[in-house]
Design a protein around this ligand. Structure first.
Ligand SMILES: NC(=O)c1ccc[n+]([C@@H]2O[C@H](COP(=O)([O-])OP(=O)(O)OC[C@H]3O[C@@H](n4cnc5c(N)ncnc54)[C@H](OP(=O)(O)O)[C@@H]3O)[C@@H](O)[C@H]2O)c1
Length: 282
């Protein structure tokens, strides 16, 4: 069995990956979250990598609270930048592939066509800056790596879909931002793409988001339509919403590298959210 060390296994992506690999006869997941392996501790990372001698390390761990990153800067930098550096160092030492996940928030968001992997970055938040630093560390220290930038992720955990459905329990109308566009992506779809890339030597930087795009307000409208809650969406501006962290207004990613190197396609976001809500029983 080929071993894969999974970090942050209790997060949305970690859970989706576990669901996908359940009963798999070729790969064995060595699951860790912060209690078993704190990715910010280079010695602990190296020790586990030397013990397990994995085929791959899959980094599902991150500091994902975008607003809290603005003030909790040291922790966010440790987890989003130093953590991937440590995993990159360890992966190179033990000859393992590294799969690292990044974000659409590495971009500034002033664009009128979908961002490809070849477009310049320009993060506008601490989350985006630290995730970009993580990418650079992976490029600097890992030999065989896949960096996959995803966006607007939802799965088993705290996410926009669950927040909307919880709010709908006691609100008839919910205000949602209309001037930020992106591509909602299910953790299950991202896990499928990881499983596609993992056995290959198709290394490098990839965008990995569901096909199609929308504003957060459109996404909320679709969630309420599918859940038949009858909730109305009051589409507001980012300025009206007023959150601590700045977010890119436009962060639609094109999965250009996947298209150029084999033609792997993600599901359309409408199909992915329908599947997710059916499976979750929402
Ligand atoms: N969520 C999104 O909308 C989104 C969008 C774009 C990209 N991404 C990226 O996609 C990836 C997966 O995100 P996700 O939504 O699955 O994240 P998530 O649900 O927040 O899970 C992250 C996991 O990492 C754990 N963790 C935190 N610090 C750690 C440490 N020092 N060592 C080990 N584990 C640690 C967390 O534990 P605690 O819960 O105890 O902190 C949590 O279990 C991340 O790289 C994220 O940046 C996410």
């Amino acid at each position: 069995m080929k071993k894969i060390i999974v970090t942050g296994c209790n997060g949305q992506l970690g859970r989706a990956v576990n669901k996908l690999y359940e009963g798999n006869r070729e790969y064995e997941l060595v699951n860790t979250d912060v209690a078993e392996l704190d990715i910010t501790n280079v010695d602990a990372v190296l020790k586990l990598a030397r013990e397990v001698k994995p085929y791959a390390i899959l980094n599902c761990a991150a500091y994902t609270n975008v607003d809290k990153c603005e003030t909790d800067i040291d922790a966010c930098t440790r987890i989003n930048a130093i953590g991937p550096r440590n995993l990159a160092i360890a992966s190179t030492e033990v000859g393992a592939k590294l799969i690292h996940i990044s974000t659409d928030y590495v971009f500034e968001g002033v664009h009128d066509t979908p961002y490809t992997e070849f477009d310049p970055t320009g993060p506008v938040s601490m989350y985006g800056k630290t995730k970009l630093a993580g990418e650079h560390f992976v490029k600097d220290f890992a030999k065989n790596y896949f960096i996959i930038r995803t966006a607007w992720l939802y799965g088993d955990g705290k996410n926009f879909v669950r927040t909307m459905l919880n709010l709908a329990k006691d609100h008839d109308t919910i205000s949602v931002v209309r001037d930020q566009v992106g591509s909602p992506t299910s953790a299950a779809e991202l896990a499928n793409a990881i499983a596609y890339l993992l056995p290959t030597d198709n290394y490098g930087l990839f965008h990995g988001t569901c096909e199609g795009s929308c504003a957060w307000s459109d996404f909320a409208t679709e969630i309420f339509r599918l859940a038949k809650t009858g909730t109305k969406v009051n589409a507001i501006t980012t300025e009206e919403y007023n959150s601590p962290a700045k977010r890119p207004a436009y962060s639609i990613l094109e999965n250009y590298m996947l298209k150029l190197t084999g033609g792997y396609t993600f599901a359309d976001w409408h199909d992915a959210i329908r599947t997710y809500m059916e499976e979750e029983g929402f």
